[in-house]
Write a protein that binds this ligand. Sequence first.
Ligand code: GAR
Length: 192
Amino acid sequence: MRTVIMGSGKGTNCYSLLDAFASGLLNTTEIIGVFSDNPNSGILDIAKGAKIPGLYLGPYDRLNAEKDKTWIDEIKNLNPDLIVLAGFMRVLSKQFIEAFDSRIINLHPSLLPCFRGLNAIKQAWDAGVKITGCTVHWVSPDLDCGEIIAQAPVRVMTSDTLESVTAKVQAAEHMLLPSVVAEISQGMKPCE
Ligand code: GAR
């Protein structure tokens, strides 16, 4: 399964996917490219270190048809079977999603449908929840609303701080995302 990763940030989830690939968990998956809307994103350095093509494609704006098309065309050139949003912080256009036949998944740091959007871990922390976690879902045009594929829970304990909860959610993400990519590579498809 030809897999492209898109991200805006540090890239720790990209790293966990590459690590899973190296250790054989993703043996039917090939990571063929990494794209970012942030020229300083760590994800580009991780791609470089792994000798995978990594490209800054300029800012992504779903309302700018020309920019949207640039992104679609660049990624289409690689002919991917799956796109993984690993910390990609922009909402994709309907055209983008349709261009890839809805075969796009997103990782989100909360137990959706709770705490959609930005700063989800802090939203959960501020709400005082005792269980939070992370979600992988198929991408739809509405923010963090597509069909849920898998989730991992994280317990918030009295001794926790926002920083320790963030670390626990990220550790859960590093396990969850590779396992979902492995499952999709074994034939799971998005619902119609
Ligand atoms: C991850 O925690 C991911 O869930 C979050 O960005 C972080 C990226 O970390 N994504 C979102 O908030 C999307 N709404 P990384 O760059 O270290 O992989």
